[in-house]
Design a protein around this ligand. Structure first.
Ligand code: APR
Length: 196
C-alpha cells in the first residue's frame, strides 16, 4: 500500500518531514478504519487485549489477532514496555498490527520519555523489516497509561523525524487522534518543530 486510506476519518494535516522522503498525516478518528500496511496497537505486556484502542483493535480484528498474540506470549513471555511485535491484521483493513507497549506515566522521572520513544522506534523498525510503506499510530500511552499529551507530542515528533531521516521506510506515517482536543494539543506542540 503506497498511499494510506482511511474510512470515516478526517485528514487534517499532511506534513513533509524535513530531511526525509517521508510524510506524516495527522488524522482524527478510529484507527481500526485505517487502510495501511500496518496499524500500531497501544497494548499492555500481556498482549491479550484490554480497553481503549487495544480493545477496539481486537474487537474489529477478530480472533486471529488474539491467537497470534497468545502464541507470541506463550513462546517469548510478556512484551516489555518499549518493545514491539507484529501479527496479521485479521479482519481489519490493515495488513498487519504492530503491538507495542508504552510506559505508564509515573511523573516523568522513571524513563518514561525514553520508553515512549522506544515504543515508536521499535514499531517503525518492525514495520520496515516487514516492508511496510504505510503505518498508522494511535497516541500511545496518553489514555489509560496517563502520559501527558503535551509532553508525548514532542517525544513522538522528535522520534519519528529522527527515524525517517535514516531509513527509507515507512514512506507515510499516520498519527491518528481519537479526540479533536488531542489533535489540537499535538499540532500546537509541534508548531515550532515544523518550521525547522
Ligand atoms: N482509534 C484511535 N485512537 C483511539 C481509539 C481508536 N479506536 N480508541 C482510543 N483511542 C485513543 C485514546 O483516546 C488515547 O488518546 O488512544 C489513545 C491511547 O489510549 P489507550 O488506548 O488507553 O492506550 P494507553 O494509554 O497506551 O494505555 C494502554 O490501555 O486498554 C489498555 O490494554 C491496554 O493496558 C493497556 C493500556
Amino acid at each position: 500500500t503506497r498511499v494510506m486510506r482511511s474510512r470515516g476519518l478526517r485528514l487534517l494535516t499532511m506534513l513533509m518531514i524535513p530531511f526525509s522522503l517521508c510524510s506524516a498525516r495527522l488524522e482524527r478518528g478510529d484507527i481500526t478504519r485505517v487502510e495501511a500496511d500496518a496499524i500500531v496497537n497501544a497494548a499492555n505486556s500481556g498482549l491479550l487485549g484490554g480497553g481503549g484502542v487495544d480493545g477496539a483493535i481486537h474487537r474489529a480484528g477478530g480472533h486471529a489477532i488474539y491467537n497470534e498474540c497468545k502464541a507470541i506470549v506463550d513462546k517469548h513471555g510478556p512484551l516489555p514496555p518499549g518493545r514491539a511485535v507484529i501479527t496479521s491484521g485479521g479482519r481489519l483493513l490493515a495488513r498487519h498490527v504492530i503491538h507495542t507497549v508504552g510506559p505508564v506515566w509515573r511523573g516523568g522521572g522513571a524513563g518514561e520519555a525514553e520508553t515512549l520513544a522506544s515504543a515508536y522506534r521499535e514499531s517503525l523498525r518492525v514495520a520496515e523489516q516487514y516492508g511496510c510503506a504505510t503505518v498508522a499510530f494511535p497516541s500511545i500511552s496518553t489514555g489509560a497509561f496517563g502520559y501527558p499529551r503535551e509532553k508525548a507530542a514532542r517525544v513522538v515528533w522528535d522520534c519519528i523525524s529522527d527515524y525517517v531521516k535514516h531509513h527509507a521506510l515507512p514512506a507515510e506515517i499516520g498519527l491518528v487522534f481519537f479526540a479533536p482536543v488531542d489533535l489540537a494539543i499535538f499540532e500546537k506542540q509541534i508548531e515550532g518543530a515544523r518550521l525547522v
